[in-house]
Ligand binder design. Structure first.
Ligand code: UFG
Length: 334
């Protein structure tokens, strides 16, 4: 694929997808977006980018877009992402994540689209016994969300073996922050992710913040996660597509920094960035939370020509907070 063939980005109106749209445009690629706006927001996609409101599970819409825009690669973000919802509505997750992905992959195979990047998740590892966790660790998801992602990885693996398709499955750790230039951020309503929720508390959108468990076997008793800045993650997609284009070998890569921060460390960083104390309350453990989840990043560092530009918790938190302030002030629209 050259830069002259178009990239179809599904879920490009969502949090991570909208940052990827910017990263691909900044790198000189042409992109088109397919998003059903179930959680994404239309204004997150620049007006210059062709946008189709539709479902990834609608094969006719996908086939039409591939043909109409001369699509040479697909970057697939669209999907449902809330772990507890996946436990309550597993079949919905298998439909929206797994079955819809199958339709999309089929459309790519039928149309000869030979490069596919997939948003996978550290959730495929479940609760790993060893951290940092490497890509060859056992994949034993502990919730339907993780299983729905892993099943899509398997479909890609098998389709790539049978057809002219190369794929990269990028297993995200904890994605946070916002575009440093303020062009995009996380607008998800009813957010549950720690940094987003803490920033909402910092701007007064929430009265307090709960710490889900402070009796874990970790240095300060709270859970440890590997937080990666969303713009670094977006840049990793650009690098992964370049690698697929050059080498045509399939890739399964962790996306993180290889370092963990505890819930308490994150909350301290948010309080520092906001320059105000938060009302922090101890709460019971949240079911299904692994105590520590940190990426082994040897493979991504070795394989992609990518190095993080925002590998710093304070930087991540500052960008998230400044986006939250824009949302609160209603100035998130360019
Ligand atoms: N947490 C709190 N209070 C909150 C929100 C979160 O204490 O208000 C804690 C959680 O218990 C956890 C940590 O902060 O220990 C991070 O929680 P997040 O909800 O921000 O993120 P998760 O680690 O649960 O989720 C991430 C990804 C998911 C993925 C999962 C795999 O966001 O998509 O890792 O484990 F499925």
């Amino acid at each position: 694929m050259t830069k002259h063939s178009t990239i179809l980005i599904t879920g490009g109106a969502g949090y991570i997808g909208s940052h990827a749209v910017l990263a691909f445009i900044d790198a000189g690629h042409g992109v088109v977006v397919l998003d059903n706006l179930s959680t994404g927001v239309r204004r997150a996609v620049p007006a210059s980018v062709p946008f189709v409101r539709g479902d990834v599970g609608d094969g006719a819409v996908v086939a039409d877009m591939i043909k109409r825009y001369g699509v040479g690669a697909v970057v697939h973000f669209a999907g449902s992402v809330v772990v507890p919802d996946s436990v309550a509505n597993p079949l919905e997750y298998y439909r929206n994540n797994t079955a819809s992905s199958r339709t999309l992959i089929q459309a790519c195979v039928d149309a000869g689209v030979s490069r596919f990047l997939f948003s996978s998740s550290a959730a495929v590892y479940g609760a790993p016994t060893r951290v940092p966790v490497a890509e060859d660790a056992p994949t034993v998801p502990i919730n339907p969300y993780g299983a729905s992602k892993l099943m899509t990885e398997w479909m890609l693996r098998d389709a790539a073996a049978a057809h002219a398709l190369s794929y990269a499955a990028l297993r995200y750790f904890n994605v946070a922050g916002a575009d440093p230039a303020g062009r995009a951020g996380q607008s998800t309503p009813r957010a549950t992710h720690l940094i987003k929720v803490a920033c909402e508390a910092a701007v007064g959108k929430r009265p307090h913040i709960d710490v889900y468990g402070d009796d874990y076997d970790t240095p300060d008793g709270t859970c440890i996660r590997d937080y990666i800045h969303v713009s670094d993650l977006a840049a990793a997609h650009v690098a992964a597509l370049a690698a697929l284009t050059e080498n045509r070998t399939n890739l399964v890569l962790n996306c993180g920094y290889g370092r963990g921060a505890s819930v308490r460390e994150v909350l301290a960083a948010v309080q520092k960035a906001a320059d105000r104390p938060l009302d922090i309350r101890a709460a019971p453990r949240r079911p299904g939370d692994p105590p520590a989840l940190v990426a082994d990043v040897a493979a991504i560092r070795r394989t992609l020509s990518w190095s993080p530009a925002h590998d710093d918790l304070a930087t991540i938190v500052r960008s998230a907070l400044s986006w939250e302030r824009r949302l609160a002030a209603g100035t998130d629209v360019a």
